[in-house]
Design a protein around this ligand. Structure first.
Ligand SMILES: Cc1cc2nc3c(=O)[nH]c(=O)nc-3n(C[C@H](O)[C@H](O)[C@H](O)COP(=O)(O)O)c2cc1C
Length: 260
């Protein structure tokens, strides 16, 4: 089916997914397809326009993706053949997304036309040096361009998968569920250092799930999903990340992309 217009819903914690989305938009527009970009965290899934092709983009987290992204995907309305494609970005391995999402969308009446997973720099645990990151980004963006081009040519696919992805999907949900436990939030949750924080409020403004309140200093509520945005974009580097090697952080774009 020919793609005419696209509503492209995306979430990006630290910018990798946004780079991929921007490259795909550039490719679509070169081919005369108009694209509306929509921030997933600011969109109501029930309001999507089923007469357009729908694009979905998000990062991998815990072999799957963030619970609030699944919530969005699970809340998409029933459709009657609306074409949909997905792209995720990852550090190395996901496993629990492409197959399960294919089935969910198919069951709702969508037409899944293409899925692609794109390796980009890690934004957690081990943050690579600039050169290694650049190499991954360049390769990732080439893959994004090729995928977008394939979609416009009707040459992409979103295959069906055997049982393993569904097991990994369940493991992913379990892992993400653990992170939401109060004890995890307490031990791994973020906290701004008052000695460094200049009370600018950027962390609260860019948190996709409004988990941060400013009460003189940032106060984290108990539902952090560890997308790394506040940590990575704090202009004062005042939010330490215990789980990253040497506390390093990664960001692929400028913070203005996420200011509401
Ligand atoms: C909490 C968390 C969990 C992650 N889990 C995985 C994972 O299971 N597999 C993987 O390959 N990458 C994983 N990553 C790496 C990200 O998927 C990858 O760096 C992605 O490109 C980040 O995209 P973004 O900058 O758009 O947020 C994880 C990152 C975070 C923050």
């Amino acid at each position: 089916m020919e793609i005419k217009t696209i509503d492209f819903y995306y979430f990006s914690g630290t910018g990798n997914t946004l780079l991929v989305v921007n490259k795909m938009v550039e490719t679509f527009e070169k081919r005369g397809i108009s694209v509306d970009l929509c921030k997933l965290e600011e969109s109501n899934p029930e309001d999507i326009n089923l007469n357009k092709t729908i694009g979905l983009a998000f990062p991998v987290a815990g072999l799957s993706t963030y619970p609030f992204v699944w919530q969005f995907l699970d809340s998409l309305p029933p459709a009657n053949g609306t074409s949909v494609f997905m792209v995720d970005t990852l550090g190395e391995y996901s496993g629990g997304i492409v197959g399960p999402l294919h089935n969910k969308l198919k069951k709702k009446g969508y037409n899944p036309i293409g899925a692609c997973e794109i390796i980009m720099p890690w934004n957690i645990f081990y943050i690579q040096n600039k050169k290694a990151k650049r190499k991954r980004i360049d390769k990732g963006l080439k893959k994004a361009e090729k995928f977008a081009f394939g979609l416009t040519e009707g040459k992409s696919n979103w295959g069906n998968f055997p049982i393993l992805p569904f097991i990994i999907y369940k493991i992913g949900l379990f892992i993400m569920g653990l992170w939401e436990l109060k004890s995890q939030q307490k031990w791994f949750g973020f906290k701004a250092k008052k000695s460094k924080c200049n009370q600018c409020g950027i962390c609260a403004e860019i948190c996709p799930i409004n988990n941060i309140e400013i009460d003189e200093y940032p106060v984290y509520k108990c539902k952090c999903q560890f997308c790394m945005r506040c940590v990575s974009f704090c202009p004062q580097k005042a939010i330490p990340c215990k789980i990253n090697y040497k506390g390093k952080t990664h960001r692929a774009v400028k913070v203005k992309e996420f200011i509401k």
